[in-house]
Design a protein around this ligand. Structure first.
Ligand code: DP6
Length: 348
């Protein structure tokens, strides 16, 4: 299964053009807060599952004659913050590769953007793999993970399939060593056969970006530091549960870690609240499923959407309960997916 877990660098490179695909990941132990904003060093380690749905496909083509980068996002020219983040990322790739050409970036996302559905994770993982190949940067999966991190922290984990842990690294070291110290890698896990049932409570973009929200939480929430400390213990417990193949324990730890993260935000000044009444109704339905004997556990990110971890065999039943709790909302069932990879000519 190793080949499924690693990004591959052959053979999608053709004369400065490369296309890559990546899927989002959902954190079971959350990343919330940076100890270095410029280098995207997280305050804590985190752990996630890469999904087998919602791929982002990104093509990077070097444009030697162009005076600036162009970015097309779902068929339209990207502007504002989205364009700025992608251009800054290309600048970093140019610096590393010693090349100066501008690039055309064409990216297609199948997941709502900015809605707490991890679009920046799949987006920057695909961009890192495609841009590294187009600019001729030879990086292994660890190097690609470090690079993807510089676009969006959670993207470091989407380089890998299945379960991945992202090391916080050493923010206290010099910049070079600090940069090298923070990357994701696959986590050993027994065969769990999990599913994540995703309730899209609201697909609109969030009002406060996760970047701004995590900064405010770290700066002002009295609950942040205690959560960060307990998250380290959660991660240790999570590794044991994954190795044992104890999906109920995995779910229980993921749920407490996520609710703890949301508690830190609620205690920020001013508070950041991503949960909506509909999110709470879905959380109630998860409690009811547990009372009925289904090992279903919820996690939430920087948005109102709820993701429910459960055994694959119970996924339909969980989806039905969630649909009843959130009528009219889209519900998706995901399993563990592959890591970011280059596409061959005939796969595009
Ligand atoms: C709540 O990776 O989107 O989804 O590094 O600032 O781009 P930046 O943030 P981002 O934050 C994700 C936060 C989270 C939890 C997680 O995925 O671990």
């Amino acid at each position: 299964m190793r080949s499924e877990q690693q990004a591959t660098l052959e053979p999608g490179l053709r004369a400065g053009t490369a296309t890559a695909v990546a899927q989002p990941n959902i954190a079971l132990i959350k990343y919330w807060g940076k100890s270095d904003e410029k280098l995207f060093l997280p305050r804590t380690d985190s752990l996630s599952m890469t999904l087998d749905i919602f791929p982002t496909t990104t093509r990077v083509r070097l444009a030697p004659e162009a005076a600036r980068d162009t970015v097309t996002f779902n068929g339209e020219a990207a502007t504002g913050e989205a364009e700025r983040r992608i251009t800054a990322f290309l600048e970093l790739v140019r610096e590393r590769s010693g090349r100066t050409e501008r690039a055309d970036v064409d990216t297609r996302n199948t997941v709502p953007t900015g809605a707490g559905l991890a679009s920046s994770a799949s987006g920057f993982a695909a961009l890192a793999v495609a841009a590294a190949a187009a600019y001729g940067l030879e990086l292994d999966a660890t190097g690609l993970s470090r690079l993807a991190r510089r676009g969006s922290g959670s993207a470091s984990r989407s380089i890998f399939g299945g379960f991945a842990v992202w090391h916080a690294g050493r923010a206290d070291a010099g910049p070079e060593e600090a940069d090298l110290s923070s990357y994701a890698e696959p986590v050993p896990a027994a065969d769990l056969d999990p599913a994540l049932v995703i309730a899209v409570v609201n697909a609109g973009p969030k009002e406060v970006s996760s970047r701004v929200a995590m900064r405010r939480t770290m700066d002002t929430s009295p609950l942040f530091e205690p959560w960060a400390v307990s998250s380290g213990a959660d991660l240790a417990d999570m590794r044991v549960a994954l190795e044992r193949g104890d999906l109920a324990a995995v779910g229980e730890i993921a749920e407490r870690n996520a609710l703890g993260m949301h508690a830190t935000m609620l205690a920020a000044r001013p508070a950041v609240r991503y949960m909506s009444p509909a999110s709470l109704t879905v959380l109630d339905s998860v409690l009811q499923l547990r009372r009925d004997g289904v090992a279903a556990y919820a996690t939430m990110d920087a948005g109102p959407n709820v993701k429910v971890l459960c055994p694959r065999a119970d996924a339909e039943r969980v989806a039905e309960a969630v649909r009843a709790a959130a009528p009219g909302r889209a519900v998706h069932i995901a399993g563990p997916g592959r890591g970011a990879r280059l596409l061959d000519e005939d796969e595009r």
